[in-house]
Ligand binder design. Structure first.
Ligand SMILES: [Zn+2]
Length: 177
């Protein structure tokens, strides 16, 4: 269920994504909050590194050493793109109660992956998931990235499902004349 500060927090995540875009990096931004308290903010930081995702950078920032956070802290992860398998899996290991994302990822998003064949630890998904918050703004950042990137992966049609979703969304929202 959406909460009253979801739009605001996602705005901060979008600002992080815009900072990545300025550096020519795939624009994903992420925020961790507990109620109105912001615990950390981050964005994807390296072009060719599959570990430096916005969420993983953020997890390292917030869950340091012998951290004392627990599920009682009501921590929410905000991210501008539906998390990949690495970030989603890591989130399940951390005391995070809610996941709120902006743009669904038809290519690699794992927020709704089915867990019934998983080992016992992962049979249930103890996280509330809300998708589509400020989706259009996230989509516009991805479109701006696709328009300007010089990365071979994207120029040769990589993640075609994702690229098509970005383009389709923008097309649907173009002004009619
Ligand atoms: Zn990821």
């Amino acid at each position: 269920m959406a909460q009253s500060n979801d739009d605001y927090m996602m705005g901060l995540a979008l600002a992080e994504a815009a900072a990545a875009l300025k550096q020519g990096i795939f624009p994903v931004g992420a925020i961790l909050s507990a109620g109105d308290r912001i615990l950390g903010r981050s964005h994807k930081t390296m072009v060719s590194n599959h570990l430096n995702h916005a969420e993983i950078n953020l997890f390292h920032q917030v869950f340091k050493g012998n951290y004392t956070f627990s599920r009682d802290d009501g921590i929410t992860l905000y991210t501008t793109l539906e998390p990949c398998i690495m970030c989603f899996g890591t989130m399940l290991h951390l005391p995070i109660m809610r996941l709120v994302f902006a743009m669904p990822d038809a290519y690699g998003g794992c927020a709704h992956v089915r867990l019934e064949n998983s080992p016992p630890r992962h049979l249930s998904r103890p996280v509330e998931i809300v998708g589509g918050v400020r989706r259009q703004e996230a989509c516009e950042l991805f479109a701006a990235f696709l328009d300007t990137t010089t990365e071979e992966f994207w120029l040769t049609g990589g993640a075609s499902h994702f690229q098509a979703a970005v383009r389709a969304n923008l097309h649907l929202n173009m002004p009619q004349d």
